[in-house]
Design a protein around this ligand. Structure first.
Ligand code: PXG
Length: 290
C-alpha cells in the first residue's frame, strides 16, 4: 500500500487508500473474480492488448460479464494512469463477481465490479538480479485443469501462496510447482525457463503454466536473437542439470536462478539470460518510447 496509489472504482479515480469494497462482494467472500498485473513505462501500458485478451479469456472461462466495453476499459485504465504521479509503475486490474447475498451462487450477484489500481512496483533488487535467487521444488502441486485450470488468472492464489510458504520455511526466495504428474509448471507467480546447450525451454501452458505476457515476450526476443526456443515438458532432472535457469513475470521481468533444491545451476547469471534480458529491455524501450 502506498500513499500515491490511485484507484478506479465505481466510475471514478480516487486515492487507493480511500477505496473500499463491500464485504458482500463475492471476490472478497469466495475469491470469485479474476485479475491482471500489468506494467506501464512512460505512462504507456506494456502489451495492454495481450493482458486484456487474457483477462477476457479468464472472464469467459468463469462466465463473468465484463461490464465495460474495450474503449471504456482503456479509458478507465488511462484515467487511472493520469492521476498516478509517476511515469512508471504497476497496474492491477480486477473483475469480481460483485455484491450478492451470502452463499456461493454467482447468480445472486447482480453485476461484476471493476477495480483498477495504479501503484509503484517494488523492483527486484540489483543484488538479487546479479546474484540470482534460490528456489525449492514445492510439495504443493499446481492445480489440474479438471479441478481449476491454472490458465484462469483467478483471485484465488492459495495454491501459489502455500508454495511460497514452503519457500519461506526453507529460507529461499521462490518455489517451483510441479503438476500432478510431476512435470514442472512454473514458480508461484512467475514462469520458468531452462537453458541447455544454447537453447531455451519452458513448459507448455497445458502442463499448468500461465500463458505469461513476459514469457511470450521472451520467446519472441529469443526468436529475434536466433536463440532456439521451445515449449517442452520438463522434469526436476531438467532443472537440476540445466546450464542456466530463470523466471519471468510482470514484476520480476527476468530473474536468474542460482540454486534449486541445493543444486547449483551451471552459471548464474548465464550468458543466454543476459542476452535475453538485454533484448527484453530493448523491446520494452522500443514499445513504450515517448
Ligand atoms: N504465473 C503465474 C501463476 C502468475 O500469476 C505469471 C506466471 C507471469 O505472467 P506475466 O503475464 O506477468 O508475465 C504470473 C503473473 C502480483 C503479480 O502482484 C502477479 C503476477 C503478475 C504481476 C503481479 O503478485 N502474476
Amino acid at each position: 500500500m502506498s500513499e500515491i496509489a490511485q484507484c478506479w472504482i465505481d466510475g471514478e479515480v480516487i486515492p487507493a487508500h480511500q477505496a473500499k469494497v463491500s464485504v458482500f462482494d463475492h471476490g472478497f467472500l469466495y475469491g470469485d473474480g479474476i485479475f491482471e498485473g500489468i506494467r506501464f513505462y512512460n505512462k504507456r501500458v506494456f502489451r495492454l492488448p495481450l493482458h486484456m485478451a487474457r483477462l477476457k479469456r479468464s472472464a469467459r472461462a468463469l462466465q463473468l460479464d465484463i461490464p465495460l466495453d474495450d474503449t471504456a476499459f482503456e479509458e478507465a485504465i488511462y484515467a487511472t494512469l493520469k492521476a498516478f504521479p509517476l511515469a512508471d509503475g504497476y497496474l492491477r486490474v480486477l473483475i469480481t463477481r460483485g455484491v450478492g447475498a451470502l452463499g456461493i451462487n454467482p447468480a445472486n450477484c447482480a453485476k461484476p465490479a471493476v477495480i483498477i489500481i495504479a501503484d509503484k512496483l517494488v523492483m527486484v533488487g540489483d543484488e538479487e538480479r546479479n546474484r540470482g535467487i534460490r528456489a525449492i521444488i514445492a510439495s504443493t502441486r499446481r492445480m489440474t485443469p479438471d479441478r481449476l485450470d491454472p490458465r484462469i488468472k483467478s483471485l484465488n492464489y492459495l495454491n501459489a501462496i502455500q508454495a511460497k510458504m514452503e519457500a519461506n520455511y526453507a529460507g529461499v526466495e521462490e518455489a517451483i510447482l510441479l503438476n500432478e504428474r510431476g512435470f514442472v509448471t512454473e514458480g508461484s507467480a512467475m514462469n520458468i525457463f531452462v537453458v541447455r546447450d544454447g537453447a531455451i525451454y519452458t513448459p507448455p501452458a497445458t502442463e499448468g503454466a500461465l500463458q505469461g505476457v513476459t514469457r511470450g515476450t521472451v520467446l519472441e526476443v529469443a526468436k529475434e536473437l536466433g536463440i532456439p526456443a521451445s515449449e517442452t515438458v520438463l522434469t526436476s532432472y531438467d532443472l537440476f542439470t540445466a546450464d542456466e535457469c530463470f523466471f519471468t513475470g510482470t514484476g520480476a521481468k527476468l530473474i536468474p536462478i542460482r540454486e534449486i533444491d541445493g543444486r547449483k545451476m551451471g552459471t548464474c547469471p548465464g550468458a543466454i539470460y543476459l542476452k535475453l534480458l538485454a533484448g527484453f529491455n530493448a523491446l520494452v524501450a522500443r514499445e513504450t518510447a515517448g
